[in-house]
Design a protein around this ligand. Structure first.
Ligand SMILES: [Fe+2]
Length: 217
């Protein structure tokens, strides 16, 4: 965190202020430059700005005002989940794009084969899940609770969020991801997007997870 941002954090009694990351992705098959720039530099940045704003505003609320009906703190707490998940799901999504590897690498492939029989079946299940939410996400994630991977559908991103999971592959299916380039044809977007998956990034996540699991034993 830069010293300027640390000053803001100190002023508002919060641990840290998030900085938007840059994603210089080029030559994607699923998204043209204009829609990608809108997604990364405008929409994602908006999530980061609002996350910082909400975290700061929560510190200014009065805990005694909280109730199940309406309170400023209640609305801010609800929007915190929206902003937090919006920031990090986008980061995971952009980071798992832009690769030139053609298929899941060794560790990911092994995990996929264990939990989904084969990569082709996993692809079909993942893309089918990505067709489900009116707006939201498809997420392949490892569950710490049953020690296996699942494909989850997140409606928007403050609802239906599974607990105790580590995301490994994230696909954004909010309309802003594909409408500019593919109009309402989400299926076309998804088929192109599959060729944009950065399997090296997915492999890094799986490797990190497996190292962590080994440390636990
Ligand atoms: Fe998005």
């Amino acid at each position: 965190m830069t010293s300027e941002l640390q000053k803001v954090a100190d002023l508002h009694l919060i641990a840290k202020v998030l900085e938007p990351k840059e994603y210089p992705l080029q030559g994607l098959k699923s998204m043209k430059e204009k829609s990608l720039t809108e997604h990364t530099a405008v929409l994602y940045k908006g999530y980061v700005d609002n996350y910082n704003r909400i975290v700061q505003l929560i510190r200014k609320t009065k805990p005694k005002d909280a109730n199940p009906h309406y309170s400023e703190i209640g609305e801010l707490r609800r929007r915190l989940t929206w902003a937090h998940n919006g920031v990090f799901l986008h980061q995971l999504f952009f980071e798992n794009l832009g690769g030139d590897s053609k298929a899941p690498e060794y560790r990911s492939s092994k995990m996929i084969t264990t939990d989904f029989k084969n990569v082709n079946r996993f692809k079909k299940e993942m893309l089918a899940a990505a067709m489900v939410p009116p707006v939201g996400w498809a997420v392949w994630a490892w569950s710490a609770l049953d020690d296996q991977t699942h494909i989850f559908v997140l409606e928007e991103h403050h609802n239906s969020c599974p607990i105790g999971v580590v995301p490994l592959l994230v696909i954004d299916v909010f309309e802003h991801s594909y409408y500019l380039d593919h109009k309402s044809n989400r299926e076309k977007y998804l088929n192109k997007l599959w060729k944009d998956i950065n399997w090296e990034a997915v492999e890094d996540r799986v490797e990190l997870l497996q190292r962590f699991m080994k440390m636990k034993k």
